[in-house]
Write a protein that binds this ligand. Structure first.
Ligand code: ADP
Length: 613
C-alpha cells in the first residue's frame, strides 16, 4: 500500500506541493473524513447510480427514436416507457440519497471541527488571545468551519458523480458515433485547460475575501461593544467610514471573484456551440448522403447536453477546492498553535496552608525588549491585605496576571507557600485563587448559574448563602425571576454595583485562600459603594488579598501598601507610615485621593507634598 502511495506521489508531485491545496485536503481527509468512510461509501454508491442513470437516459434515446418514431414499432414502446420510468425513479432516489448522506457527513465534520477548535482555543494561553482578534476566532468557528465541512463533499461530488457522469456519457457518445466523439473530445480538454488558468487568480482573491469579511465582523463587534462611547463621542460617522471601507473592499473583491468565475461560462458556452455545430455537420452529412438512422445522432446530442453541467462543475472543481482550502488552512493554523504554557497535568498539587505569595528576582516582558518587571521582588503576606498602587502602566495588572499564571515569567520564581507556581498542576493553582476583575464578566445565563461559575459543584443553598454574604441577595430577590432571572448581553440590565456584587458572590462561593482583586475605577453611588465595601470586607477576611486599589477605604485599611513605579516596588508600608515618609506614596495619594479625604492623613500628605514642591 505504502509503495503504491510513494509511486503515485512520485509521479504526481503537485499532490505534495505545500503551496497547493492538496496537502490540506489530505490532512482534512485523515483528520475529519476517515471517520465517515461508511457515509462516503453510501454516497459514492448513490452518486454512481446518478451517473449511470444519466448515461442510460441518453443511450435509450436511440431506440426511442429509431424504433418508436422511425419504425413505429408499438411492441417496444411499452418496454421503453417502463425503462424510462425506472431510470428516472432510480435517479431521483439516488440524487436524494447522495445529497442527504453528504449533507449529514458535512454537518458532522463542521460540528467536529467546531468542537475541536473551541477545545483547542480554550487551552491556549493569554498570549494567543493578545495577538488574535476575536473576529478571527468567530470567523473560524462559523464560515471557515463550514468551508471545512463542504470541501470533501465538493471533491467527492466532482470526482464521483460528475466525473462518472461525464465518463458514462462519453462512453455513450463513443458507442453511438466514434467519429463524432472525436470532435467533442478535442474541444473538451481545451475548455478545461482554459478554465484552469483562471484558478490561480482565484486563490489569492478568496484569501482576501475572507480577510475582508473578518474586518466587517470586527467593526460590527467594536461598534456594538462600544456603543455608549460611540454615541457619547459622536463617533458614528467615524465608525461608518471604517465599516464602509470594509464593506466596500468585500464588495469589490466579491465582484472580481464573480467576474473570474463568470469568465468560465462564456468559454464553455462558445466551445460547446462549436462542438454541437461540428457534430451537426457530420451527422447531417451521414444521414443525408449515407442513409444513417437519426437515433444515434439524437442520443449523441443528448449525451453532450447531459454532460455539459457535470463537465462544467468538474472544470470549476479546482476553484471550489481553492476556496474551501483557504478556510480549512486557517482552522489548521489555529489547531497547530501550540499552547506555550505547560499546564503540568501530572504535576504536584498546590497545597495552600498559609497563603503567602512571593515574587523572587522575577524578570518578565510581554514583548521582547520592553521589560515590564526587572529583578522584581515582592511579598504578599499570608492572611493580609496587600494593596498595589502606582501610576497606570506600572505593572499592577501584570502582577495579578503572573499570579494567575496567564503568562510565565522569563526568569525568577513566583511562589505560594514556597511552592513554585510554574511547577504545580495549573488547575490546582487556579482552584486556590479567586479573581474579581475590574470589568465584571457576566455570562448569558441565570443569576444563579452566573454565581455558580465560582464553584460549579455548589448547591443552590450555597449559591444563595454566597449571594447573601456578598450583599446581593436582596436585589436578586427583587428581580422578576429572582435567582432564575436570565441575564442577557453581559448583564446590561444590572447596575455596575449589582454586577460587582455578583462577581463578589462568585468569588465568595469559590472560597479560595487567595483573593486577587482589581477594583473598578468607576465610582458607584454611595449606597452601592457601602454595600460593595461590606461585601469586599467579608470576602477578604482571613484570606491573602492582593488588590489593585482604586478606592480610598481599601488603601486606608490595607495591611501593606506597595507602591509600584515602572515595574519596581519603590515603597511599601502602611498608609500612615508612607504618608509620613512623604515620598512617592504621599504624592500619589495627594493626586488621586486628596479630593475625597478630609482626614488628618490627607492634610499631612498635603503638607509633605507641598514641602516636596
Ligand atoms: P497597570 O496595571 O499598572 O496599569 P500593566 O501591568 O497593565 O500596568 O502594564 C504594564 C506594562 O505592560 C505597560 O507598559 C503595558 O503597556 C504592558 N502590557 C500590559 N499588558 C500587555 C499585553 N497583554 N501585551 C503587551 N504589553 C502589555
Amino acid at each position: 500500500m505504502n509503495k503504491i502511495k510513494a509511486f503515485i506521489l512520485r509521479r504526481l508531485p503537485f499532490l505534495t506541493n505545500p503551496e497547493g491545496p492538496w496537502p490540506t485536503v489530505f490532512r482534512l481527509m485523515r483528520e475529519s473524513g476517515k471517520k465517515h468512510t461508511l457515509g462516503y461509501i453510501i454516497a459514492t454508491v448513490f452518486m454512481a447510480l446518478v451517473a449511470l442513470t444519466a448515461a442510460l437516459s441518453a443511450w435509450i434515446l436511440r431506440d426511442v427514436v429509431d424504433q418508436v418514431f422511425v419504425d413505429q414499432d408499438l411492441a417496444v414502446l411499452s418496454g421503453l416507457v417502463i425503462a424510462v420510468i425506472v431510470i428516472s425513479v432510480v435517479r431521483g432516489i439516488s440524487l436524494y440519497g447522495s445529497t442527504v448522506t453528504l449533507t449529514r457527513v458535512g454537518n458532522a465534520i463542521i460540528a467536529e471541527n467546531q468542537r475541536r477548535l473551541f477545545d483547542h482555543i480554550l487551552g491556549l494561553g493569554m498570549n494567543f488571545f493578545d495577538r488574535t482578534h476575536s473576529s478571527d476566532l468567530i470567523a473560524a468557528m462559523s464560515v471557515r468551519a463550514q468551508a471545512a465541512g463542504q470541501l470533501l463533499n465538493t471533491i467527492l461530488t466532482s470526482f464521483v458523480r460528475d466525473l462518472l457522469s461525464v465518463i458514462g456519457l462519453v462512453a455513450v457518445m463513443i458507442i453511438q458515433s466514434p467519429w463524432m466523439s472525436l470532435i467533442v473530445l478535442v474541444v473538451g480538454p481545451i475548455a478545461i485547460f482554459g478554465v484552469n488558468h483562471l484558478v490561480r487568480q482565484m486563490r489569492n482573491m478568496a484569501k482576501m475575501e475572507f480577510a475582508g469579511m473578518t474586518q466587517i465582523i470586527a467593526s460590527m463587534q467594536e461598534t456594538a461593544h462600544g456603543m455608549r462611547v460611540v454615541k457619547a463621542f459622536n463617533l458614528e460617522s467615524a465608525m461608518r467610514t471604517r465599516m464602509n471601507q470594509a464593506i466596500e473592499t468585500v464588495r469589490q473583491r466579491g465582484n472580481r471573484i464573480g467576474a473570474i468565475k463568470a469568465q468560465t461560462a462564456p468559454l464553455m458556452e462558445t466551445l460547446g456551440g462549436f462542438a454541437i455545430a461540428g457534430v451537426m455537420l457530420w451527422a447531417g452529412y451521414q444521414t443525408i448522403y449515407e442513409g444513417a438512422r437519426p437515433g444515434a445522432f439524437v442520443s449523441f446530442v443528448a449525451a453532450i447536453l447531459l454532460a455539459y453541467e457535470p463537465a462544467k462543475r468538474l472544470a470549476n472543481t479546482r476553484v471550489a477546492i481553492e476556496r474551501g482550502v483557504v478556510g480549512v488552512q486557517f482552522i489548521y493554523s489555529i489547531l497547530d498553535t501550540k499552547p506555550t504554557l505547560d499546564t503540568n497535568p501530572d504535576g504536584p498539587e498546590l497545597k495552600v496552608e498559609r497563603g503567602d505569595v512571593t515574587f523572587r528576582n522575577v524578570n518578565f516582558h510581554y514583548r521582547k525588549k520592553t521589560a515590564v518587571l526587572t529583578d522584581f521582588n515582592f511579598n504578599a503576606p499570608a492572611g493580609k491585605v496587600t494593596a498595589l498602587v502606582g501610576p497606570s502602566g506600572s505593572g499592577k495588572s501584570t502582577i495579578i496576571s503572573l499570579i494567575e499564571r496567564y503568562y510565565d515569567v522569563q526568569s525568577g520564581t513566583v511562589t505560594i507557600d514556597d511552592q513554585d507556581i510554574s511547577k504545580v498542576r495549573l488547575a490546582s493553582l487556579r482552584d486556590n485563587l479567586a479573581l474579581v476583575s475590574q470589568d465584571t464578566v457576566i455570562f448569558e445565563t441565570t443569576v444563579r448559574e452566573n454565581i455558580r461559575f465560582g464553584r460549579p459543584s455548589a448547591t443552590d443553598e450555597e449559591v444563595e448563602e454566597a449571594a447573601q454574604n456578598a450583599m446581593a441577595h436582596d436585589f436578586i430577590m427583587a428581580l422578576k425571576d429572582g435567582y432564575d432571572q436570565e441575564l442577557e448581553d453581559a448583564g446590561k440590565s444590572l447596575s455596575g454595583g449589582q454586577r460587582q456584587r455578583i462577581a463578589i458572590a462568585r468569588a465568595m462561593l469559590r472560597d479560595a485562600p487567595i483573593i486577587l482583586l482589581d477594583e473598578a475605577t468607576s465610582s458607584l453611588d454611595s449606597e452601592s459603594e457601602n454595600q460593595v465595601q461590606i461585601a469586599f470586607d467579608r470576602l477578604m477576611k482571613g484570606r491573602t488579598t492582593i488588590v489593585i486599589a482604586h478606592r480610598l477605604s481599601t488603601i486606608l485599611s490595607a495591611d501593606q501598601i506597595c507602591v509600584l513605579v515602572r515595574g519596581n516596588v519603590v515603597e511599601s508600608g502602611r498608609h500612615a507610615e508612607l504618608i509620613a515618609a512623604g515620598k512617592h506614596y504621599a504624592r500619589l495619594y495627594y493626586l488621586q485621593f486628596e479630593k475625597h479625604a478630609d482626614d488628618e492623613a490627607a492634610a499631612l500628605a498635603n503638607e509633605k507634598v507641598a514641602a516636596l514642591g
